[in-house]
Design a protein around this ligand. Sequence first.
Ligand code: NAD
Length: 251
Amino acid sequence: MDLRVEGKIFLVTAASRGLGYGVAEALVEEGANVIICSRQKESLESATESLGSLSRFFVCDLSQEEDIRALLDDVAAITDHIDGLFVNAGGPPPGSFSDLSEEQWLRAYNLTLMSAVRLTREALPLLQTADSPSILYSTSISVKQPIENLMLSNSLRSAVIGMMRTLADEIGPTGIRVNAICPGWILTNRVDELLADDSSSKEQIISRIPLGRMGTPEEFGEVSAFLLSPVSSYIHGALLLIDGGLYRGMM
Ligand code: NAD
């Protein structure tokens, strides 16, 4: 299927590797231009080298308000519009309620919820002038069922879904679509590093996934590119799980 994104411009955040990189790669393969960001110039240089001439980067720490403002100023200096925004950031640290300090909660709030709020606010003027604009929030299966020992992620990602569903009503009439994608286990560098010395945990995780394997960043990227593209023009306010059947709820 032609996603009709050739020549369009997408901002894909936290994309020097992992899920974000998978999305940038899928969009570039369809002929789109991508602007990616993350914290380190060196990893961004190597990512854009692999992505090729349709990509460029800006350095940005998504937990910092001023960095997000500067990112969108930089983007606005090179284009008068963007066709899509993929909202993604690093994950907050694990921990149960009794382990977490006030400071850790506030840091996670900035990284997970406020990065989504700020990216949306700063990007809206650039999206408003595009033909078929769309925002896709990357969250987690944890918005459907909590994951053990991930108090911060379970709490703050659900708030992103609350914002997305409310935005669907508020900005749908302006023609900007909003959706969320909720990954289960996708075998990114981070997941690989996390489970590298723990093959029994990896086997245990896989045994609970009906498809019998983790997903790949390429699979995640292709579905995200579809949701960002004009081909999904009537999908709005939706949450899509990409989890190989891991979520067992009926709805
Ligand atoms: P990853 O470590 O492979 O990639 C993370 C990317 O985010 C890197 O490019 C990193 O440089 C960037 N990044 C991290 N913190 C940043 C910050 N403060 N500012 C800017 N860039 C930042 O991780 P991943 O597996 O791709 O995960 C991405 C997000 O998706 C995380 O929040 C993770 O918790 C969440 N998630 C991942 C999975 C999975 O199975 N991989 C499942 C559910 C949720």
